[in-house]
Write a protein that binds this ligand. Structure first.
Ligand code: TRP
Length: 444
């Protein structure tokens, strides 16, 4: 049943950069540095890397084996290997994609607005908190949200090779260059040493608790875009020759690299400008209030640095968003027999409308983020590891194609059966607790 008309990536590099683009996003630029600084610095960094290898890589490889093996979008892919009873899991993937993109595009809209604000006003004039209030919710946010969705739709309509791959080949190298450039700049600021110390000071005490373990595992697979079929979908456009374990490692390490480099940028910047009191704020808002506040005090340099910083955030958000829309689009192409253009347009406009509450209210945005980003993704990843670990006939046979016979493959399957589900249950337990606290906090 090989479908000759199915699109394919033009090159190996194109696939890798598209997958790195999906992985690298707002989660790398703010969530990672913040979680690291809070949870034990350099010690957490080591734990995080272990989690990337223990949880991230096995799940990514699981998504790749289902995607490339079936060459289908998530719902059909799961039914292909597991029968129609597994279709609801594919449905959960699509639903999660719809929900995540609906609010992710609102935040991405802010990054566009901030990039423009850097260029035009150089962050002068208004107080940073007042600016955030104006941009983050209301008609301003709605406008940029819709503009960002239009851009995302346009790229996905372009197709795998001419849309997504071409965007990734230009934008991802640019993103790496900007972040490295800003890192070098941040190193020259006086007071940057304190920022590095805050970020990386190893604390073994912080490591010794199950919630830090859960935070590391959760951050690892959120950052790698796992648990909703994005990597599954991208790998369904691969040819047979690729070495899947090797590609997984390259993608995971690139994602880690950008997250690490982002921390080397965010903290020196805030400390050098005397904003250390504000680094404790975990909300997305801090990224859009404290850091622009820093740019204001930098004067003319703040204009250039601010433009590059928010431009990088925007690029990261865009390449993640196209992978989210592609999951929904490919499902509509395969399941409803729609053309790519119709599928991307209908899905994209639907998601844009779904995101309107998040564009009007920060509470609505955080709630959808918590539910979809921290609960649905974990459930999706948990079920997928059970699927590939227990139900799928012979996932190792698929991985062997292009990789040869490697000794640890049977170990990979055992991991998916036991270790990954156990760790994800731990993550789920803490996520549900957080979700409950958030809901009661909003009602109370
Ligand atoms: N990995 C993205 C980030 O770090 C966020 C994300 C989570 C994501 N799951 C995803 C992006 C699925 C695309 C698809 O910001």
């Amino acid at each position: 049943m090989e479908d000759a008309s199915r699109e394919q990536w033009g090159s190996r590099l194109g696939f890798i950069l598209a997958a790195v683009g999906s992985a690298v996003g707002l989660g790398n630029m703010w969530r990672f540095p913040y979680v690291t600084a809070e949870s034990g610095g350099a010690a957490f960094l080591v734990l995080y890397l272990v989690m990337v290898l223990l949880v991230g890589l096995p799940i990514m490889l699981a998504e790749f084996s289902v995607g490339r093996g079936s060459k289908k979008s998530p719902i059909q892919a799961l039914a292909h290997y597991g029968g129609p009873g597994w279709k609801p899991l594919g449905g959960l993937f699509v639903l999660t994609g719809l929900l995540i993109l609906s609010y992710y595009a609102v935040i991405a809209g802010w990054t566009m607005r901030y990039t423009l604000a850097a260029l035009v006003e150089g962050f002068q004039g208004v107080d940073a908190a007042a600016r955030f209030d104006r941009f983050a919710a209301g008609l301003d946010a709605v406008g940029w949200h819709l503009g960002f969705m239009a851009l995302t739709i346009a790229i996905v309509v372009g197709g795998i090779k001419k849309g997504i791959e071409r965007a990734a080949l230009t934008l991802i190298p640019l993103l790496f260059l900007i972040v490295i450039g800003l890192d070098i700049y941040a190193a020259t600021l006086s007071g940057s040493g304190e920022g590095y110390a805050y970020y990386l000071q190893p604390s073994l005490d912080a490591l010794m608790s199950p919630d830090v373990l859960a935070a590391a595992a959760g951050q690892a697979f959120f950052s790698l875009s796992l648990g909703m079929g994005a990597m599954l979908t991208y790998s369904s456009y691969l040819s047979k020759e690729e070495n899947l374990p090797q590609e997984s490692l390259t993608i995971a390490l690139s994602d880690f690299g950008i997250a690490f480099l982002a921390g080397l940028l965010v903290f020196p910047l805030m400390f050098a400008l005397g904003l250390s009191g504000e680094v404790g704020e975990s909300t997305v808002g801090a990224l859009f209030i404290s850091i622009p506040g820093a740019f204001t005090t930098m004067g003319g340099a703040g204009r250039v640095v601010g433009f590059l910083f928010f431009g990088a955030l925007f690029v990261g958000a865009l390449t993640s968003s196209i992978s989210l829309l592609e999951v929904v689009t490919s499902s509509a192409i395969d399941g409803l027999d729609w053309t790519r253009k119709k599928a991307a347009l209908v899905a994209g406009v639907g998601i844009a409308i779904l995101g309107l509450p998040a564009a009007f209210s920060l509470d609505a945005l955080s709630l959808v983020d918590q539910l979809a980003g921290n609960v649905f993704l974990v459930v999706g990843a948990l079920m997928l590891s059970i699927f590939v670990g227990w139900t799928m006939d012979d996932p190792i046979a698929e991985v062997r194609k292009g990789a040869g016979d490697v000794g640890w493959f049977p170990l990979w399957r055992q991991f998916l059966r036991w270790v990954v589900p156990a760790l994800l249950l731990l993550v789920l337990y803490y996520s549900l607790q957080d979700t409950w606290a958030m809901i009661t906090g909003m009602i109370g």
